[in-house]
Design a protein around this ligand. Sequence first.
Ligand SMILES: [Zn+2]
Length: 378
Amino acid sequence: MAEKSVTTITLKKINKKNVYQYIYRKRQTSKQQIVQDLQMGLSTVSQNLNVLEQEGLIERNGYFESTGGRKAQVIRVVPDVKIAVGVGLLKDMFHVIAVNLYGQQLSSATFPLPYSSTDDYYEKVAGKIQEFILEHRYKPDQILGISFATQGIISPDGACVTYGAIMDNSDMVLSDFALRLPYPCHLAHDSKAAAYLELWNRPTLDSAVVFLLNHNLGGAVITGHAVHPGSSMHSGTLEHICIDPKGPLCYCGSRGCLETYCSANALESAAGMKAEDFFPLFRKKRDERLVRLWEDYLDHLAFAVKNLNMIIDSPVILCGYLAPYFAQEDLDYILDRINLSTPFPLSRDKLIIGTHGQYTPAAGAALFYIEQFLQHSI
Ligand SMILES: [Zn+2]
């Protein structure tokens, strides 16, 4: 008897989850459609819809155009009944973003604050996040959690940073944030969070090499529809691939890493100006020096893309801070360079530009809690 009731409860939960996930996937649907596609009885579907509606997870809003007979009511999930907050920590600032259950950006902000391994820093970050939440009137029970994307390799259990040469944050631990915020907290490597966002935006993507074109270069590898962590969590750190053993010194201690050629820092310091000034100036006036600098940047990027594409035969995604500045002609230039001489040409559709610019890692980090909710909390 006890066994039977457990089975009934489990079945009820499975049905509820299936109905919710179906509505989530369809975005808009009707009761009849659910009955038909999930092959469930009308009364089971009705019961589940009532429960989901009472819990505030779905809403019935408006009617579909009639195809004869009674108009069907539109059913959809309430996309912001739960939200997640993502934070992108950088050396001199941090970005905060709130996303809904579809991963769509609801709000964002940037706070200038130099990183330091001090109580004062962590207090300020926590304070600004709380202000951000208050300002946008998000309710505490609406927030699934706060996920921090930081530069640096994270331990396999997610509790601490194990390598943090850029920010000098090798002693950062998750509890630095978690103890100061009344929400679940999570720590992620910024490049892997960025790759996760790209994967989320492209559900059919199986594999990819992801370049995070931030002030410091980052990278990640996607295989089998998952971000590849690596046995010591540093898969995809393409920024330290050596381009020239006699090249400029990298912060990691080696010379000629891709970081020293393709990070936004490398470009901005060579140009003597920020990207927001560099690109309009370069595109409008075609200043010789700036054209040379940009072509030099693209040459090195194409070199890396070509080589990495030999290891992983997949699309290549360029995302992060510099991505919004890329024009069609830049992608054509990179493809020309790659395909000038190669046994395996890269086609235009395999070179993809990300869409979230500098918020990419923060948005990707936030998805950790959205995914967790969709998989385990309904
Ligand atoms: Zn390096």
